[in-house]
Design a protein around this ligand. Structure first.
Ligand SMILES: [Zn+2]
Length: 99
C-alpha cells in the first residue's frame, strides 16, 4: 500500500502518519514524528543576525500589505531589543487583535 494514496481523505492520511510515527524510534527530544517536532527549533540559537532577518522579513511583508506571523520567541527577543523592533512587535499584536 503506498504511503500517500491520493484517493484517501485527509483524516485517513493523518491517521497513517500518526500510526507510522508510533512505530518509529523516538527522536532525542522524545517526539516520534520529525514533521511535528518543534523542539529543535526551540533550541536553535537566535542570533542577532537571525533576529535582523526576522525583523526585515516582517517589515517587508507589512510593506506589501501582508501580516507576518512571527514565532513567540522571536517576538519576545525583538521586543527586548526595543526601538523599531519593539514597535514592529506592537504593530503585529495590534494587527492580530492581541491586547
Ligand atoms: Zn521534539
Amino acid at each position: 500500500m503506498p504511503i500517500l494514496n491520493r484517493d484517501d481523505g485527509l483524516p485517513a492520511q493523518l491517521a497513517r502518519r500518526r500510526d507510522a510515527a508510533h512505530r518509529s524510534e523516538p527522536l532525542e527530544c522524545g517526539c516520534r514524528d520529525p514533521y511535528t517536532c518543534y523542539c529543535r527549533e526551540q533550541v536553535q540559537r537566535l542570533t542577532e543576525h537571525r533576529l535582523d532577518g526576522w525583523s526585515a522579513a516582517a517589515l517587508h511583508l507589512l510593506g506589501i500589505g501582508l501580516t507576518p506571523a512571527l514565532p513567540i520567541d522571536v517576538q519576545r527577543r525583538l521586543w527586548r531589543r526595543g526601538g523599531r523592533d519593539r514597535r514592529l512587535v506592537s504593530e503585529l499584536h495590534t494587527l492580530a487583535g492581541v491586547t
